[in-house]
Design a binder for this molecule. Structure first.
Ligand SMILES: C[S@@+](CC[C@H](N)C(=O)[O-])C[C@H]1O[C@@H](n2cnc3c(N)ncnc32)[C@H](O)[C@@H]1O
Length: 264
C-alpha cells in the first residue's frame, strides 16, 4: 500500500530547528522532522485506535521514547527547549493541566507549539464550542467531562478559543505566532507560545497579525461563506472529504461517509 505522509511544518521548523524537545502523541504519517523524544500514553484505546490507524495510513508507527500521560511528564522542570503536539490537546479531559505541565518542563524562552483541530474544518462541526469557563470548571474538579466514544475528543475549539485560554491562564508565556490554518494536515490551527516576555517589536508584530485575523473572522461571519451557511457547509464538506481522501484513501473516505450518515 502506498504510504501517505503529511508534509512537515515550515512554521515549526522556523521556530524549533536546532532545539531539542518532546513531542506528545507523535505519529509516523504526520511527522514534524524535529529533534524530539516522543511521549505517548499506553492505554488500550490509544493503542488500538491511533496506532492501528497510523500503521494503516503510513505502513509504520512512530517510536515511543517515553510512555507517560502527556499531562504528567517524567522530566525535570525547565529541562527541554520545547513541547510540541498535533491533534492531542483535545484528548485531555483537563487541557489546562496539560498546558501547565508543558509550561513546567519548558525552559525560559522555550516554546510550546500545538496544532489543534479547528471544529469548523473537521467532523467535530456541529458540536458546542468548549468555552474557557467550562475548562476552568474541569480543572477545578467541579465538572466532569466525557470523551466522544468515536474520536476520543473532550473539547471542540476554534483558534480564538485557545488564544483566549492561553492568554487568561496566568502563566508567564506569550503568543509569538499562529496559523489559523495549520501547514500540515490543514484541518487545524497552530499556536506558538514562548515562555517569558516578547520584545516590543515581536509583540507589535503578533498583535497586528492577530488583529488582522479577527477582522477576517468578522468579515467571514457576515459573508455567504460563513461556517454553517449553505455555501460554507458545502465548502467545508468538500475540504473535509479531500483531507480524508489524502489521509485514508478512497476506502477510508467511504467508511467515514457511512459513519457520518449513521451518526446524523
Ligand atoms: C489523534 S492522534 C494524533 C497523532 C499525530 N500527532 C497526528 O497529528 O496525526 C492523538 C495521539 O495522542 C496520544 N494521546 C492521547 N491522549 C494522550 C495522553 N493523555 N497522553 C499522552 N498521549 C496521548 C494518542 O495515543 C495518539 O498517539
Amino acid at each position: 500500500m502506498a504510504k501517505r505522509i503529511f508534509p512537515e511544518s515550515k512554521l515549526a521548523h522556523r521556530y524549533l530547528d536546532g532545539l531539542t524537545g518532546l513531542e506528545i502523541g507523535a505519529s509516523a504519517h504526520n511527522p514534524f522532522g524535529l529533534d524530539t523524544k516522543n511521549v505517548d500514553i499506553a492505554d488500550e484505546f490509544n493503542r488500538s485506535t491511533y496506532k492501528k490507524r497510523e500503521l494503516h495510513i503510513s505502513g509504520e508507527v512512530a517510536p515511543i521514547d517515553i510512555v507517560a500521560p502527556g499531562d504528567k511528564l517524567p522530566v525535570e522542570d525547565a529541562s527541554v527547549d520545547f513541547v510540541i503536539s498535533s491533534h492531542v490537546l483535545e484528548h485531555f479531559a483537563d487541557p489546562i493541566a496539560a498546558l501547565r505541565e508543558w509550561y513546567r518542563v519548558v525552559r525560559p524562552d522555550g516554546y510550546i507549539y500545538m496544532i489543534v483541530p479547528h471544529m469548523e474544518r473537521t467532523f467535530d462541526r456541529g458540536r458546542t464550542r468548549t468555552i474557557v469557563a467550562e475548562l476552568e470548571a474541569r480543572h477545578a474538579g467541579t465538572l466532569a467531562a466525557t470523551p466522544d466514544p468515536e474520536t476520543g475528543h473532550y473539547s471542540y475549539w476554534v483558534t480564538e478559543d485557545i488564544v483566549d485560554l492561553v492568554r487568561g491562564i496566568g502563566l508567564d508565556w506569550e503568543l509569538v505566532d499562529f496559523q489559523d490554518t495549520d501547514d500540515k494536515i490543514g484541518n487545524g490551527f497552530a499556536i506558538v507560545l514562548r515562555k517569558g516576555a516578547l520584545s516590543a517589536e515581536e509583540r507589535k508584530h503578533v498583535d497586528a497579525k492577530w488583529a488582522a485575523h479577527l477582522a477576517k473572522r468578522q468579515e467571514l461571519s457576515e459573508s455567504f461563506f460563513r461556517p454553517g451557511s449553505p455555501v460554507g457547509r458545502a465548502l467545508e464538506l468538500v475540504g473535509n472529504a479531500y483531507r480524508e481522501l489524502v489521509r485514508s484513501g478512497p476506502l477510508g473516505l467511504w467508511k467515514r461517509i457511512k459513519e457520518m450518515k449513521h451518526r446524523s
